[in-house]
Design a protein around this ligand. Sequence first.
Ligand code: COA
Length: 280
Amino acid sequence: MSAPQSDVLSIEIIPVNNEADLGSIAWVTINRPDKLNALNADVMSSLKAMVAWVEATDSVRVVVLTGAQPNEPAEGKRAKPNAFVAGADITEFVGKRSDDIRVMFADNAVEALWNLSKPTIAMVDGFALGGGCEVACSCDVRIASDRSRFGTPEINLGLIPGYGATQRLVGLVGYGKTMEMIMTGEMVSAEEAHRIGLANHVCTPDELHAFTLKMAQTIGSKSSNTLRVGKATIRAALDVGLTEGVAIEAEAFASLFDSKDKEIGVNAFLNRSTPEWEHQ
Ligand code: COA
């Protein structure tokens, strides 16, 4: 199955390692820079198709999700700002009632991304607002340029976040900061996002691509089976209490002792060689 490209979403396939066949990174770019990569219906359906394709394609080890850079401005026009994603496309909210929104937001692409079993990294360069902040929060890791700004400004539209920020932000930045962000609608700088745990790393715009690629390559070089088990086990911490969560970890940890990759990894350490995973 080939990668599902569309006008609003491009997928570049990058090898995890140029020397060895370790599969690939899907470098996914949301491509509506004139609208600050806002999430319209086309973007959402393309994201869902991308997630389904990644899940079904064994060779894809990691996803990097980013937003397209601004186009050159037309003569006499000001340049658009850099954006990861500036939110849901607000023009699609006009005239909508609750019944429309229940349908639009049911089983949406942000939940699909969250439920992807493979590792995901958001590479944020510019505004990550509303649904953009929520897309970033649905990835496993967020790496931001120092000119990025995160926020949940829905309050200014008479709304609250609808793609999971009321829940997922709490896990990342805590209850108090989530309340502040959602109630004020104010943006936080990349530096503050890093300080409060929203951005894992912050670097200059020039360093952002190489830094993100290196992390994607590092993660992509691990056993994909072990990564999948690890991701699902960490997720349990968000849904269950400590005692149950530790029991889930104990079972997941034990189950990996029946995997070939545990044999491969342990032997490679003892032989001072590089592991060649069965589940790469
Ligand atoms: N939905 C639809 N279009 C959007 C958008 C969104 N969420 N965010 C930006 N755009 C569009 C603008 O309408 C504008 O389109 P135009 O050039 O055809 O008029 C274009 O993107 C550039 O945005 P603009 O507002 O002119 O840029 P700016 O530098 O003045 O301001 C922001 C940047 C991010 C502060 C501002 O665009 C903004 O507040 N966006 C909405 C953020 C938001 O509320 N998100 C949550 C939505 S639920």
